[in-house]
Design a protein around this ligand. Structure first.
Ligand SMILES: C[S@@+](CC[C@H](N)C(=O)[O-])C[C@H]1O[C@@H](n2cnc3c(N)ncnc32)[C@H](O)[C@@H]1O
Length: 240
């Protein structure tokens, strides 16, 4: 975002001149704009996000579109795992209001915002797919996740705003960045219904390895590449 656009956002949400001045000081000190105003625009939706929380990235619009298509052809529950403030769940709720949505994350603070961003969704705290209520297992049609996927040794390539203001737990995924994605795929085998699908965002350099993991646990993998030359979504489908 350009400085003019940022200034417009700060002016729009500040309640008075004193707050605006304080916000400008925080912003010039390096705090993310979204943490300061407490909101982020995603797919035309105005979502809440708090200090320290992962700010949904615009590149995740690819996953939102893929998830929308997957939901359209299936009946059953939609789960956003590792949901953070739940951008993908919010898009599904907006585009497919009839779908039953479950949001899961291990971080209690982000789930408060997720609950607000996706009114009516079931919000479940816990480790990855363990958080999905047992009664819903096997009626889950689609799981989508932006799990942490930055390799541990690539912190230096991230913007300072992310490293200094977002929790490491939300960013890093082990030596190859695939630790959480690997666990999600293994756990998804017992959660997704027949004819279901899992859609996971990652960097395109990770997609081949992730597809092999998906195949190894019994899914049929395919990869959707984003126009930015970096983002990929792995779609791991079960058979009917
Ligand atoms: C990259 S952020 C993505 C958040 C959100 N999906 C988005 O795109 O804005 C990853 C999220 O995964 C959650 N997370 C990381 N490890 C987890 C685990 N083992 N179990 C559950 N949630 C986890 C973090 O708390 C964080 O909210």
């Amino acid at each position: 975002m350009f400085a003019d656009d940022e200034a417009r956002v700060l002016r729009r949400w500040a309640s008075d001149a004193a707050q605006l001045a304080a916000w400008v000081r925080r912003r010039t000190g390096g705090e993310p704009l979204e943490h300061i105003v407490g909101r982020v625009e995603f797919a035309g939706l105005d979502l809440r996000v708090g200090p320290g929380e992962f700010v949904p990235r615009q590149r995740s619009l690819l996953l939102a579109d893929v998830a929308t298509d997957l939901v359209a052809g299936r009946r059953g529950v939609f789960v956003e795992a590792c949901c953070g403030v739940a951008p993908i769940g919010a898009v599904i709720a907006d585009r497919r209001p009839e779908v039953w949505i479950v949001l899961t994350d291990s971080d209690a603070a982000v789930l408060e915002h997720a609950r607000r961003n996706v009114v009516g969704a079931a919000v479940c705290r816990g480790e990855l797919l363990d958080a999905v209520p047992i009664r819903m297992r096997r009626s889950v049609a689609v799981i989508a996740a932006v799990a942490p996927y930055v390799p541990d040794d690539q912190a230096g390539l991230l913007p300072a705003e992310a490293v200094e203001h977002e929790r490491p737990h939300a960013l890093f995924g082990g030596w190859d960045g695939l630790d959480v994605i690997r666990r999600l795929l293994v756990e998804a085998v017992d959660v997704v219904a027949p004819n279901g699908a899992v859609a996971l965002e990652m960097h395109r350099s990770q997609a081949d390895a992730a597809a092999r993991i998906a195949e190894g646990v019994g899914f049929s993998p395919s990869v959707v590449l984003g126009d930015d030359g970096q983002t990929a979504v792995l779609v791991a489908a079960t058979s009917a």
